[in-house]
Each structure stands twice: as C-alpha cells, then as structure tokens.
Design a protein around this ligand. Structure first.
Ligand code: F6P
Length: 342
C-alpha cells in the first residue's frame, strides 16, 4: 500500500515519533510505501506531499515539532476541500490510505471524511490531554515536564523577592497540565476551567502560604474563569475555527491578588514553550507505539478508527468515541490536590 501521513492542529512533542513508528512498522512488517503531506489538511487538499523514505525518519523521534509541518486548516473549506476532492486527490496520486494525526478538530474532520467513504485512520494528539477516549495523549507528559521546570525557576525568584508568583499554563477547556504541573511543583493554589473558584478563596490560599513565610505560587490554566467574572481572552483574536484565543488570565489575576492581599505579585505566561522542544522518554514511547499501531489499523482496513492508550495497552476504537466527550479533570482529583493548597 501507499500511505499518506499528515499532522494537523497545534503541534505537540512526539509527532515525529509517531511518523517514525508508522513508517518503520509499515516498511518492515508490510512493505508499505509512505508519503508525507505538508501542513495538515492544507497539504492534503493541495496534494502537497513528498515521498517519506526510511531515511527521512532516521533519528527523528527525539525531535520536537513535526517534520511534516502543521496548520489549523479545515478539511472541508475552500474549493479544494471536502470528501469528493480529497478522494479524487488520493486516487490521482495512487495513495491508498491516510493516517491523520491530530486533536479533536482534526479527528472530527477525519471522521466526516470516513463517513463519506475515505480510507482514514486517526492518531490522537494534544498536550492538553483532553481526549476522553484515551488515557493519555503524547505531548502531555512533555508539556508537564517543561511547565514544572519553568515553575521551579519561578519559585526561586519568587522566594528571593517574597513575591506571589502566578504561572499560567495551557489548557483551553481542561486543567490537566495545571493539575499535574501544579502538584509536581508544590503550588499553593491550582486553578482549572472545570472548577469555578472565588477570588476570596484564592486570596485565602495565597495569604496562608505567605503567613507561613512562603512565596505563594498560583498555577492557573488559561481557560480558568474566576467565580462571577468574565473569561480572559488573548488580544490575538480568533483562531481559524472562529474560537477566541485564550491567554491572559494570569495577567488578569496578578493585579487583583496584589490589590486584595497586599503581596507584590508577578504573572508569567508559559505559552507555546510548553509545546516546543524534545519529547520526554514517556511521550516518545507512547507516540512510537501509536504510530506503529496506526499502520496495523491501515493494513487491516480499519477505516474510521483511531488508536488509543488504555492502561498500558494500545487499542483500536471508533473515531467518533474520541469526539463525544472532553476528558475533564474529575472533581475528586481536584479535591485530592486541594488538600495541599494554602
Ligand atoms: O490545543 C492545544 C493548545 O495548545 C491549547 O492549549 C491552546 O489554547 C491552543 O493550542 C493554542 O493554539 P495556537 O497554537 O493556535 O496558539
């Protein structure tokens, strides 16, 4: 078979390990050939691809980003979009199947194309870890590691100046990075989109830490909304799906905390640093296994499915299972962490 691979949506450490796992398993186990589409659905719609030989994936599992490039292009928009055009493009270029590596938006596009009869399998990807159908997504562990290293640094400067430090991490709809990075770095308050928390409560945690002589540390997910207040949006406007870009909650909280507690406060937005650089060993292994399994799915014609991690096993599940629910932080996980606040 001749198989196309594409990476779409926000990039994520581990994408290259998926590509390598897929290509090596495909060549060694099945004798498949591969092409790589550039920049997600844009490359698919425009037939912008190159031959992915074994040499192209040599040593790439430790590299951040994606050798294929990515974009937030919609598969159904534009004159060249939609199932008919993409099916014709695949047929014209003798491409028998497509492996779509992406988050919720990408997998939703893949699912619609599969319903129209296209031969596609999915690989879930997001640093946010918000896909319900898989226990962990690759990229999440790396994002946490980066966030913890950065927050550890914020602590030493916070300690020196006796300041309250606010670290804003990614997490549009869910607070997994905030929860894990906050717990690992010993935060005095963790604020996540799933749990509406009042300014009074946040100030109480900050004051308690300060009274013990600590420099208070608040870790907040970008999608957090303080009780009774408006969501903070970035000045960068809307993304290509028309969703407001988040970011800014840290800068919004810092002056409020300073005003109410009298403790000098600084905010740092970790932003895209969390998505850059080399993946952790955990993410490399997970991504490699998912890439290898996606080629098994293609070889068995399991169109409309994606690979997912359940416990330590990589399973095959319907794509639509990934799209039904966001994996939110359960309240008991937040309550468990909150015992450590203040
Ligand atoms: O979905 C992953 C994510 O990193 C979110 O946490 C964040 O809101 C968004 O992508 C940022 O997207 P962009 O790269 O388009 O700024």
């Amino acid at each position: 078979m001749r198989i196309g691979i594409m990476t779409s949506g926000g990039d994520c450490p581990g994408l290259n390990a998926v590509i390598r796992g897929a290509v090596l398993n495909g060549i060694k186990s099945y004798g498949h050939e591969f092409v790589g589409f550039r920049d997600g659905w844009r490359g698919v719609k425009e037939a912008d691809f190159f031959e992915l030989q074994r040499s192209a994936v040599r040593g790439i599992s430790k590299q951040g980003g994606t050798i294929l490039g990515t974009s937030r292009t919609n598969a159904f928009e534009g004159e060249d979009g939609g199932a008919e055009n993409i099916a014709a493009m695949l047929a014209k270029n003798n491409i028998d199947a497509l492996i779509a590596i992406g988050g919720e938006g990408t997998l939703a596009g893949a699912q619609r194309l599969c319903e129209a009869g296209l031969p596609i399998v999915g690989v879930p990807k997001t640093i946010d870890n918000d896909l319900d159908a898989t226990d962990y997504t690759f990229g999440f562990d790396t994002a946490n590691q980066i966030a913890v290293e950065a927050i550890d640094r914020l602590r030493t400067t916070g300690d020196s100046h006796h300041r309250c430090m606010v670290a804003e991490v990614m997490g549009r709809h869910v607070g997994w990075i905030a929860l894990h990075a906050g717990m690992a770095s010993g935060a005095h308050a963790i604020l996540i989109p799933e749990v509406s928390t009042s300014m009074d409560q946040i100030c109480q945690w900050v004051n308690e830490a300060h009274e013990r002589g600590r420099a208070p540390l608040v870790v907040v997910a970008e999608g957090f909304v303080p009780e009774g207040m408006e969501e903070a949006f970035s000045v960068r406007g809307l993304d290509t799906f028309g969703r407001a870009r988040l970011g800014g909650i840290g800068e919004m909280l810092a002056p409020l905390l300073e005003e109410r507690t009298g403790i000098e406060t600084r905010a740092t937005v970790l932003g895209h640093i969390q998505r850059g650089g080399v993946p952790t060993a955990f993410d490399r292994v997970l991504a490699t296994r998912l890439g290898m399994a996606s080629v098994d799915s293609v070889s068995e014609g399991a169109w409309g499915t994606m690979v997912a991690l359940h416990g330590t096993k990589v399973n095959r599940i319907p794509l639509r299972a990934a799209l039904n629910n966001l994996k939110r932080v359960p309240l008991e996980r937040y309550n468990e962490a909150s015992i450590l606040f203040g």
